[in-house]
Design a protein around this ligand. Structure first.
Ligand SMILES: [Zn+2]
Length: 139
């Protein structure tokens, strides 16, 4: 049994070919944050006969059982990534669509302080920076 088979079974889902292929793809892609249509196209390019509706359904199931995280960035379509259980924030390039992960202990600390100052305990947050490449000046 492959690692993916085990992860799918441990999440309480039946092991099916589309589920295994989609999980493998999300785990192995150098592209960590994929949109459903990218998943679909990548599988199609690899000769897999998995329909777009199946891709959406499997991603929704994976999200429901905690195997993947879904991010609704303002650039349009939802992005999916393997849930590694680590916390990180994202920046999204509005020109290229590239998604970059970052983590700042300083930002984490300031957010906890802002919540505490308002009488709350911080239990989570999501932070997305929308960016564009800096234009290079011609000397
Ligand atoms: Zn991420």
């Amino acid at each position: 049994m492959s690692g993916e088979d085990r992860e799918i079974r441990n999440a309480g889902l039946k092991v099916t070919h589309p589920r295994v292929r989609i999980l493998q793809l999300l785990e192995q892609s150098d592209h960590k944050h994929m949109m459903a249509d990218e998943v679909y196209r990548t599988l199609a390019d690899a000769g897999e006969d998995v329909g777009i509706a199946t891709v959406y359904r499997v991603l929704t199931q994976f999200e429901a059982v905690g195997l993947v995280e879904k991010h609704a960035f303002d650039d349009g379509a939802a992005h999916y990534e393997i849930n590694r259980g680590d916390h990180h924030d994202h920046m999204v390039c509005m020109v290229t669509g590239e998604v970059t992960e970052f983590r700042s202990d300083e930002i984490e600390r300031i957010q906890r302080k802002i919540a505490a100052d308002a009488g709350y305990e911080l239990i989570g947050h999501s932070l997305v920076l929308y960016v564009r490449p800096v234009e290079k000046k011609i000397a």
